[in-house]
Each structure stands twice: as C-alpha cells, then as structure tokens.
Ligand binder design. Structure first.
Ligand code: UDX
Ligand code: UDX
Length: 458
C-alpha cells in the first residue's frame, strides 16, 4: 500500500509506544514506524506481551500492528524514509558534572540528532516529544544545521501530557494538544503538518499552537503546577494530623471553589513517577542558571515537601509501632507509583521500603503489576518477600502500609486479613482509600494521611 506520509518515532517507551499506536490508529493513510536502540524492547512490542501495561493499548496494537504500525530496530532505514521524525528518547536527570541531580541529561537527544543528520537524505520535520529544557530546540537546530548537507530540518515541539494508567484515554480525548514552532513561514508550515496529524480525531480548537519556547516551557510548567497542588495538600495534611481537621473534608471544601477545582487534591504518601520531580528540578535549574534564585527556591520547595511527606509517613509508622519496627513484618500494599501501571520510577514505595529495612523491619511487598520492577529497584536488599497475593503478604504481619491506590485494595476481606495478622494490628493508609471506621471496628489501629487516627490504645 502507498502511504501518504511516513512518520518515524525514535524511542519506544511509555510515551513513544502508546502515542504512535494512537496516531497510527487514527491516521490509516500514514505509515508509522517506531524504532528503539533496545532490541529486547522492540521484540516485546512485536510479541503478545507488550513492554508496558496500559488499559486499551493491547487492543489497538493488535489491530494495526503490521498494517500501518511497525516496531523495528532499523533506525537508519527509518530515518531515510520518514517525512516526520518524533523523538521520544528518555531525558533523565543528569547524574554527573554540571547540573548533576537537576539538569536534564540530553546525551540521548544529541546522539539521536547526530544519527538523523548522518542518515537523512531529504528535508524533515523533527518533533520534540521528550520533555526538554526550554531552548533545547535551538541547540538541536545548531547540531542539525552543522551538517552542511543542504538538508533542512525544521524543529517542532509537541510535548506529551498523557498520564500513565490512562494513556490511551488521554491520547484519544486530550484536554489539549500543544504544538510549538518558529513563527516564520517554514516553521508555520511544519507546525501545520503536525496539526494535520492530530486533526484526524481532535477538534481544531483543542490544538494550541505557540512559539517554540512557550511550548517547551509549558510542559515543565504544567507538571510543576500539578505537582505543586499535591505538595500543597500534603503540606496541609501534616497540619491536619496535629489539629484533628480532616484533609479529605478540606480538599472537598477548597476544591469546590471552581477557581481552585477538585482534581489533584488527594493527600498521599507523596507523588512519584518519572516526570514530576525531574521536570521541576529542571525548571529549578533553568531558573538558577538565569540568576532567578527566588523562582528556583519557590519551585524547589515543591520537591522538598514531597520528600518530607514520604519521610513523615515512615516516621509515623515507626512512632506508632512503639518506636521500633525491628524484626516486625510490615506488608507494603502497592509498589507502583500510582494505580493501573507497573511503573515504579520514583515511586514513594522505594524510599519507604528502604527506610523500613534500615530500621530492620521484615518487608513483604504485594502489587498486581509492579513486582517485577520492585525486584529490580530493591535488588541486593535482604529481608524482603514478594507476594502476588495480598492475603499472603499480610499473613503474620504486624502492619500494613497502603502505598498505591489500587482499586482492589478497597475490596479485600479485611476481617480475614486481621485474623491472620499479629496483634495489635496496624494499618497505615497512605492513600486514604480504605473504610477506616470499619477497619477500626474489626480491631485494626488505623492511621490515615491528614485525618485523625483511630486506635484502641486511648
Ligand atoms: C518520555 C520522554 O522521553 C521523557 O523526556 C518524558 O519526560 C517522559 O516520557 P519515556 O517514554 O517514559 O520518556 O521513557 P522510556 O520509557 O525510558 O523510553 C525511552 C526509550 O527510548 C527507551 O525504550 C530507550 O531504549 C529509547 N532510546 C533511548 C533510544 O531508542 N535511543 C536512545 O539513544 C536512547
Ligand atoms: C504526569 C502528568 O499528569 C502528565 O500530564 C505528564 O505527561 C506526565 O506526568 P503521571 O506521572 O503518569 O503523569 O501520573 P499522575 O497521574 O500525574 O500522578 C503523578 C503522581 O502524583 C502519582 O504518584 C500519583 O499517585 C500522585 N498523585 C496524583 C497524588 O499523590 N495525589 C493526587 O491528587 C494526584
């Protein structure tokens, strides 16, 4: 079949894979190739067990794989044939040198740009899908233009706002699509080519076009604002625990003001995920590098508050369990950074487990999707059991800590769990998802986040 256009995506990860699957689904006249330097990943994308779990993804991939969606390791051929190249390689926080711990590590991006120059034989649109520091496009253009081969590369920014666990829904019905480009004729034309892709299924008024720098910065700011809401409510949860106010009631009362809005106000053990911390630290680094220290400090507090919330959770477990957890079994319910994903990147569960192990607790971890990643994250640490069955995980335990808000944890038989645990039995609900009064009546000592404790010691 003759395709109208060829799209290539470099990077078959959490963002590249689902995004390209939906583009291919909605644009049958375009051929979409997804490449990755990791051959195992590509093998998984071509198998029955995809490398990532996302509700709805399997069905889409099954439907169009081999028709207009292809996963391959043929990067060179892919670059040659493509009209539009999305780059969705990872941009982790730098672990070395200038900006270590804060700035984005752009080495994969630069390597990818060099590969594009090497193999391209005609003009191409390069789309930044990875989250990048503002003005990265400028650096990329310099690299791409340095080739002197009379090929024109137009760089467009198209940040991804999908959240894990709801990626397919977010891609099919996004709040908005953002496309940033240069504002000259060539830039506007390139932006239009990207608008044309999304216009296949998204109303034009939801497709926002801006200049390149606004688009790059908007992505960082969007994540910073979302994370800030969580740190704000979490900071108040600490105050609630001292004053007998209830964070759920406060979130409802405050969020009912339509100017504030109700989303992202769930107090928790803290936010995780590959993006929030990385993107805020990146924002902080950029502000610092322009000498805007007050701006940097302001956003840095969002990350610090998140760390405080995680530490506070662990301290509370230790304090309430009579100041020692040594040799006590603690069941960690949920290891993923949020429900409906197997992803554990920056999951609060990692920090919580490590701290409890330092206190010589014995840990059993259960999670419906993330046990594989948990084993990798905690490799080399002793005194941990991994249990697929939450009832097994809780058997003989002194305490349960709810760390991920998996729906199934709401519906377990807590009477049965209580009977199998050591007494006094504790539940630390780090997500406020359980029926605390019922648990208290069963006999548990219950410690929610930002709500009064229910314990039998008073
Ligand atoms: C993406 C973005 O890249 C990141 O900037 C954003 O903040 C979050 O979303 P994600 O898809 O989650 O990252 O990353 P990951 O799942 O690690 O996927 C990146 C893929 O790129 C990996 O499969 C990796 O093998 C591949 N890769 C990396 C390449 O193909 N080439 C490289 O040079 C480097
Ligand atoms: C986020 C952004 O939402 C998305 O737009 C962007 O593209 C990537 O980063 P993601 O990290 O996948 O997506 O998940 P998100 O749903 O935003 O949750 C992030 C973290 O915040 C999770 O650990 C979650 O449990 C936590 N969270 C979220 C809370 O603690 N309370 C809330 O009210 C909401």
């Amino acid at each position: 079949m003759e395709f109208k256009k060829r799209i290539l995506c470099i990077g078959a990860g959490y963002v590249g894979g689902p995004t390209m699957s939906v583009i291919a689904l909605k644009c049958p006249e375009y051929r979409v190739d997804v490449v990755d330097i990791n051959p195992d990943r590509i093998k998984q994308w071509n198998s029955d067990t995809l490398p990532i779990f996302e509700p709805g993804l399997d069905e889409i991939v099954k439907k169009i794989r081999g028709k207009n969606l292809f996963f391959t390791t043929e990067i060179e051929a892919g670059i040659k044939a493509a009209d539009i190249i999305f780059v969705s390689v990872n941009t982790p926080t730098k672990t070395y040198g200038e900006g270590a711990g804060m700035a984005s590590d752009l080495q994969y991006w630069e390597k990818t740009a060099l590969q594009i120059i090497k193999h391209a034989q005609n003009n191409k649109i390069i789309v930044e899908k990875s989250t990048l520091p503002v003005r990265t496009a400028e650096a990329m253009e310099r690299i791409l233009k340095a080739s002197n081969r009379n090929i024109k590369f137009e760089v467009v920014s198209n940040p991804e706002f999908l959240a894990e666990g709801t990626a397919i829904k977010d891609l099919l019905e996004p709040d908005r699509i953002l496309i940033g480009s240069h504002t000259d004729a060539a830039g506007t034309k390139a932006a239009q080519a990207i608008v044309d892709i999304y216009a296949h299924w998204i109303p034009r008024k939801k497709i926002i076009t801006t200049n390149l720098w606004s688009s790059e910065l908007s992505k960082l700011v969007a994540n910073a604002f979302l994370a800030q809401r969580i740190s704000s409510i979490n900071s108040i949860s600490a105050l609630c625990e001292k004053t007998d106010a209830n964070i759920t009631e406060i979130a409802y009362a405050v969020g009912s003001d339509s100017r504030v809005g109700s989303k992202f106000l769930n107090a928790s053990v803290g936010f995780g995920g590959s993006c929030f911390k990385k993107d805020i630290l990146n924002l902080v680094y950029i502000a610092q590098s322009y000498g805007l220290h007050e701006v940097a400090d302001y956003w840095n507090m969002v990350v610090q508050m998140n760390q405080y919330q995680q530490s506070r959770f662990v301290r509370k477990i230790i304090r309430e369990m009579f100041n020692t957890v040594a040799d006590k079994k603690i069941a960690i319910f949920g290891f993923a950074f949020k429900a409906n994903t197997g992803d554990t990147r920056e999951s609060p569960a990692i920090f919580i487990t490590q701290k409890l192990l330092e206190e010589q607790a014995v840990i059993s971890i259960t999670d419906p999707k993330a046990l594989g990643n948990a084993r990798i994250d905690l490799a080399g640490l002793d005194n941990i059991n991994y249990e697929t069955d939450p009832y097994q995980a809780a058997e003989g335990a002194h305490a349960i800590a709810i760390v991920t808000e998996w729906e199934e944890y709401r519906h377990l038989d807590y009477q049965k769990i209580y009977s199998s645990m050591k007494k006094p039995a504790f539940i630390f609900d780090g997500r406020n998802i359980l029926n605390h009064c019922q648990l208290f009546e069963i006999g548990f000592n219950v410690y929610p986040v930002g709500q009064p404790d229910l314990n039998h010691f008073k």
